[in-house]
Design a protein around this ligand. Structure first.
Ligand code: CUA
Length: 256
């Protein structure tokens, strides 16, 4: 066989493989309903996560990724529904992987990424961030529940609405305090704010202190000065006015 013939043969074999590839892609999309991720340039990045029902079997799910959580944190849809997932981020690049499905999206600042997933059977899914995005990356998760269509009750209020409306809470949010601290007992990354005022804490040097105004002020302005035992010196020094520090301390006193 001369070279020209061999080249022709290689060409046809390569073409056959390419056709096969497109054939499998078409099969995956049309028969197995594999969602292809798409970057949408026509949709403006959003700030609020929500589930919107387009019909009883078609939902639009807007996820917002931010350090270090997904909003909404908990979503329930009925089995048999098609869910259009839109992902946006308010800070750095995150990733979204829905374990147990082939959904894998990047959350890139300034754009909205999209994919469609069809949920046939009732099941609980976990959502994880798969792009290293900072200290709290490993606990950035959310859940999606698919329940029997007959027992499905539409959610009336978005879970995001549970956050306090207090102006001083919004100050803590604005200064990124809530990225690591929580109002619940959750204290993986840093001490919880729940019941913080008046709490007895063991320091990294073994001494005991009672959390009072002076300790809070010092810890806000000089985070590394006295560390609670078991935590590292990770908190950045915030830029705050005296009045803001006062407001934070007053608010922390109210979190029982
Ligand atoms: Cu968000 Cu990793």
């Amino acid at each position: 066989m001369n070279v020209i013939q061999l080249e022709k043969r290689i060409f046809w074999v390569a073409l056959a493989f390419v056709m096969l590839l497109f054939g499998f892609a078409a099969l995956a999309i049309n028969v197995f309903h594999v969602g292809l991720p798409t970057c949408l340039t026509s949709v403006k990045p959003f700030q609020k996560g929500e589930l919107i029902a387009r019909s009883p079997s078609h939902y639009e799910l807007h996820y917002v990724a931010r350090m270090w959580r997904f909003e909404p944190k908990e979503v329930t849809v009925p089995a048999g529904s098609t869910v259009d997932i839109y992902l946006s981020t308010t800070d750095v690049t995150h990733g979204l992987i829905l374990l147990g499905t082939d959904l894998n999206l990047m959350a890139v600042p300034g754009v909205v990424n999209y994919a469609r997933v069809k949920f046939d059977q009732p099941r609980d899914y976990q959502l994880l961030c798969h792009e290293y995005c900072g200290l709290g990356h490993d606990r950035m998760a959310a859940s999606l529940h698919v329940v029997e269509a007959a027992s499905y009750r539409p959610q009336t209020a978005a879970p995001v609405g549970e956050l306090p409306t207090d102006r001083r809470y919004q100050l803590l949010e604005a200064k990124e305090c809530m990225s690591c601290h929580s109002l619940t007992a959750d204290a993986d990354l840093s001490p919880s704010f729940k019941g913080i005022y008046g709490r007895r804490e063991k320091m990294s040097d073994g001494s005991m202190i009672t959390v009072d105004d002076a300790y809070l002020r010092e810890s806000i302005l000089h985070p590394g000065a006295k560390l609670v035992d078991g935590y590292d010196d990770l908190m950045p020094v915030p830029t705050l006015t005296d009045q803001e520090v006062d407001e934070m301390i007053e608010y922390l006193k109210t979190i029982k």
